[in-house]
Ligand binder design. Structure first.
Ligand SMILES: Cc1cc2nc3c(=O)[nH]c(=O)nc-3n(C[C@H](O)[C@H](O)[C@H](O)COP(=O)(O)OP(=O)(O)OC[C@H]3O[C@@H](n4cnc5c(N)ncnc54)[C@H](O)[C@@H]3O)c2cc1C
Length: 479
């Protein structure tokens, strides 16, 4: 089919995707493999600036009761991670996870959880306390039992989001950053166009993947009343000295409103303690509080007594897009070409299934697109100095591998250059950190930020002092 429809000099996009978090980019990547002509609009200056930036990256095999939409989407996703992460050059580790019961009451809840996990197709088994400690020797002596789930994994959520966006861009999706959607024009029962301060974009279908703003965007379109609110989660990031000793994901027994505190080895060898779970009013508030962080630490220490704040290198918070429905992937009840897609707590771990399901729903609603022959399904891998089996050989590929810019994370100038030259390039220090880990290690940029800023300044032709870090509250490089 004709991928671009011309209407009186303006062009109509088959699909406009609003929001470049993990869900919007996953959908854009999936659509990019079809004949659809796709535009992605993101209010922020980069991908992964919302919930997709501040999560633990747990890629679960079981998250919700069997038969629910959330369970279906997680089950449709997790078996694919090894292959997809290899294809997209995204760090992923299948470590297995243990829900730890610290008393008999928690142990009594495990059979039901085990039945649910198996009902979702996950590999799950109840173990006694000793068997739990054989799998993860750092677990507390107080553990009386545990639910072992061998297929749980961790993923780098920011690299995943950037990779989805990169794949989409390489397949022809147009991405526009700093483009908040401020209005939607109706054409009868449909959205006819999406409006940003830079212009008006005619659309046959609109995907609302704006996270915690989903209700506001629905209102802009005259769609369903959807109440969304931020559910804040706070974390400690611990140094590799601890993370390298932790072998499994250690989960607390789930509470009513959340999965409870976890102790999570990251894909880069650090460890995360968290998250808390507190309903709030302000979606942009990512502040941390001493009281909640103390709570997180105490809960984590009950599971793994050797966690130590002497090894803490950072704290951070992010807001889950909470709503009455944990997972929403459906067309608006009144606006026939508007698809709402949101996920409170498993958006990373269900993103592949969510993207496929979103495409199914768009097709059912009339989006007439086929698979596009020759569309890319993988990205060229950027060799990484820190885990390359023969790092000394890398200078023959690019001499800049010989220049280590970030010592803590062993990131070379070649990797930073790749992030600056990609199809969805980093534009800030934070953007470099998301794609390479530079400035994300023990010194948190104290040593390497100047070097990274210098490389950015060469790329963008700006003085280094104008290369700034979103994290620190400044503006990014102007487009
Ligand atoms: C503390 C915490 C821990 C979590 N742990 C996990 C985990 O371990 N595993 C897991 O799978 N999931 C986890 N999650 C959930 C996961 O992070 C979310 O489900 C997922 O990130 C949601 O992705 P999203 O793309 O819908 O939203 P977001 O990442 O928030 O993206 C929405 C995007 O829409 C943009 N936007 C908003 N309004 C507009 C507008 N008007 N115009 C244009 N763009 C707009 C925003 O700028 C943003 O970039 C966790 C979440 C939190 C907060």
């Amino acid at each position: 089919m004709d991928r671009m429809i011309h209407t009186g000099g303006t062009r109509t996009w088959d699909v406009v995707v609003i929001g470049a978090g993990v869900i919007g980019t996953a959908i854009a990547a999936r659509l990019s493999q079809t004949t659809a002509r796709v535009l992605m609009l993101e209010a922020a200056g980069d991908v992964a600036e919302g919930a997709s930036k501040g999560n633990a990256g747990v890629a679960p095999s079981y998250y919700a009761a069997p038969g629910t939409l959330e369970a279906r989407l997680v089950s449709a996703t997790y078996p694919r991670w090894p292959e997809v992460c290899r294809a997209l050059d995204v760090p992923y580790r299948r470590l297995g996870g243990i829900i730890v019961a610290l008393d008999e009451e928690q142990a009594a809840a495990l059979p039901e959880l085990c039945a649910e996990a198996r009902g979702c197709g996950a590999d799950a088994e109840i173990l006694d306390g000793e068997a739990v400690r054989r799998l993860e020797p750092l677990v507390s002596e107080d553990a009386v039992a545990g639910l072992w789930m061998a297929e749980e994994g961790v993923i780098d959520p920011m690299r995943l989001t950037a990779a989805y966006a990169e794949l989409a861009a390489r397949n022809g999706v147009e991405l526009r950053f700093d483009s908040p959607v401020i209005a939607m024009d109706r054409d009868g029962a449909r959205v006819g166009a999406v409006v940003t301060p830079a212009g008006r974009f005619e659309a046959r279908y609109v995907v609302n993947a704006s996270g915690v703003r989903l209700g506001e965007l629905s209102a802009l379109a005259g769609g369903e009343a959807i109440r969304m609110w931020p559910r804040k989660g706070e974390y400690w990031l611990l140094d590799r000295e601890f993370g390298s000793r932790l072998q499994r994901i250690v989960f607390a027994a789930p509470a009513k409103e959340s999965k409870g505190i976890h102790v999570v080895p990251t894909t880069h060898g650090n460890a995360l303690l968290g998250p808390s779970s507190d309903d709030r009013d302000e979606p942009d508030d990512k502040s941390t509080s001493e009281e909640r962080l103390r709570y997180v630490f105490e809960q984590a220490r009950r599971l793994v007594p050797s966690v130590s704040l002497d090894l803490a290198i950072k704290t951070f918070a992010a807001n889950r897009p909470a709503s009455e429905e944990r997972t929403r992937v459906r067309l608006d009840a009144g606006v026939t070409n508007l698809l709402h897609v949101a996920n409170r707590s498993s958006g990373v771990g269900s993103s592949l299934g969510t993207a496929d399901y979103a495409l199914d729903l768009l097709r059912e609603a009339g989006l007439d697109v086929g698979e596009r022959p020759g569309a890319a399904a993988s990205l060229p891998a950027v060799p990484r100095l820190h885990d390359h089996p023969a790092p000394e050989t890398l200078t023959s590929i690019d001499p800049r591998y010989g220049q280590v810019v970030c010592v803590c994370e062993q990131v070379s100038a070649a990797e930073i250059a790749a992030a600056l030259e990609s199809s969805v390039p980093a534009r800030t220090l934070d953007g470099i950190r998301k794609r390479t880990r530079a400035t994300g290690g023990r010194c948190q940029g104290a040593v390497c930020a100047a070097g990274v800023a210098f490389m950015c300044s060469l790329r963008y032709g700006l003085p280094p002092e104008r290369i700034q870090a979103i994290d620190h509250g400044f503006l990014g490089v102007e487009p």
